[in-house]
Design a protein around this ligand. Sequence first.
Ligand SMILES: Cc1ncc(C[n+]2csc(CCOP(=O)(O)OP(=O)(O)O)c2C)c(N)n1
Ligand SMILES: [Mg+2]
Length: 665
Amino acid sequence: MNQAVTAEKATAVPFKDMANAIRALAMDGVEKAKSGHPGMPMGMADAAAVLFTKFMRIDPADPAWPDRDRFVLSAGHGSMLIYALHYLLGYDDMPIEQLKNFRQLGSRTAGHPEYGHAKGIETTTGPLGQGISTAVGMALAERLLNARFGDDLVDHYTYVIAGDGCLQEGISHEAIDLAGHLKLGKLIVLWDDNSISIDGATSLSTSMDQLKRFEAAGWNVARVDGHNEAELTAAIEKARAHSDKPWLIACKTVIGFGAPTRAGTAKAHGEALGAEEIAGARQKLGWAHEPFVIPEPILSQWREVSRKGASAHAEWSKRHDASALAKKFDKQMSGAVPEAQEALKALIAQHVAEKPKLATRKASEVALAAINGATELTLGGSADLTHSNLTITKGMESVKPGSFGGRYMHYGIREHGMAAAMNGVALHGGFVPYGGTFLVFSDYMRGAIRLSALMGVRVIYVLTHDSIGLGEDGPTHQPVETVASLRAIPNLLVFRPADAVETAEAWAVALDSLHTPSVMALTRQALQPLRVTPSENLTAKGAYVLREPEGGRDVTLLATGSEVEIALAAADLLAAQGKKAAVVSMPCWELFEAQSPEYRKSVLGSAPRVGVEAALRFGWDRWIGDNGAFVGMAGFGASAPAPELYKHFGITAEAVAEAAKKLIG
Ligand SMILES: Cc1ncc(C[n+]2csc(CCOP(=O)(O)OP(=O)(O)O)c2C)c(N)n1
Ligand SMILES: [Mg+2]
């Protein structure tokens, strides 16, 4: 009976007041900050109100409930929409003070929604196009888990609000093509079809028929008046009922809806409206309340959403507790892979004993075989370079359209879409995604790699063909600046292992790094075994002394990856001439930087240093110091067999020994 009373009370608040609460908070938040984007939340307030009051299944008291619906505000500039929603829904970390401190230092209400800053923010958005593409990964993870655990445990939707900008960005094409192909039917995108972006009308720059585009990519499409509650409701209902394909619902809206002079214009996009315009909007919308004040009946009806969500959550918990799969499900969602770590330990011992000569891409494949054999949590994939990246291992089935029992993704030739999807998979939880392409093409996915790092998610990039060592494909395919540019991204571990042991160690660290993405920069060409005695995981230290000469050092040779064996050969040449060279392998600069100053000093020593890497010098001065030398690339590579290229560009043991001798004097 209580429920009936609540429901009756709920219907007492007109829908337009529910939506206007969002509009008012968005206007007021942006006005107080004198910064931000009021137009999008005002335009999409009706769609958001319909979505959240009638459909979203979330429990703000437990924002990590695994079977919650996911919501992605792909048009991240409209961040006040999500903050307003979270206040209205009653998230305990989003009191009204947070909205009053929009965009201020230390507040949760950052300029764009930031994953981890506030509960319920499923992903960081703001770089247009990333949200919708990340959502594809979330919707994929949902289907993968559903295939394993059934509707009782996993059966939720992924909703996206995307703007014109998100759909114009190239990454959206990769994402929608992938989602349409796979038939991710529980993905529902609401497009804020307001025909306005920053420069003015979208007709300035596009003639695209988005509905036809999405249809061509295998989506269901619908068109509604984005200010009409009934049309919005019917469209979302239909989309939920027909989950054969993903859905695009084009919501025709007026940007800045309600603002008397700015509505429908680019002036509503990205600045505070000003007191006069806001007063006019309040009048036009029929919203007589003070700034940041939401009357109790409206607030109470909004909070009903959370109460409904909590009871859906409770029902799910009952199903979960009664399920024979509960334990397995919890383990899957925990993301813990202790069995894989054990398997890697055994593999490393085997490598030390057997001393295989392997390309590090091959060593990575061997490591993956151990990992994938030990845990079911990994989701492999490649952007159409599976047999170059060596990312598939025995027994891995491909994920196919409408068929999600496998755990290997053919992402297609869509590097950026792959990286964003992997972010979505990691954020959703349940899988450890890794995906491959050539190292040089990491530039094609840099936007998403940067977000992996900013959000702190465990995504592992398998980037093979890591230098001129790839040979004949030539300079278009030979990275020279790429490793340096990846090292420049904060909170990203860039591994360039030197042999099979270091490669397995790098995988162990990457799997252990729950809040840091990793890059594996791997060779095409075979490398000598270097780590031939048992030891702790030395790659975890970032750099370590591989060879220490007796009686002190004349010089220290620092190298990574394929150049470590060159440094060792140079040390031999120097020894023959009575010069004492230490050799340091530096598989991961970021981890070395994190060691104690004492450890770093003990590794680097006080003798002059030579850096060796088949890449540009950029960044190396940090390690070789003012009086150091560098042997590597000075520009782009060339097309020829790899051994010739190493000679041609002077990356040889002789050249390293020569550089060392000059330093020793
Ligand atoms: C990758 C990227 N490029 C550029 C921007 C800067 N930017 C922010 S919003 C915007 C216009 C977006 O237009 P639309 O999605 O239609 O948003 P609306 O004006 O309708 O709110 C631009 C260019 C960005 N945030 N991300
Ligand atoms: Mg727009």
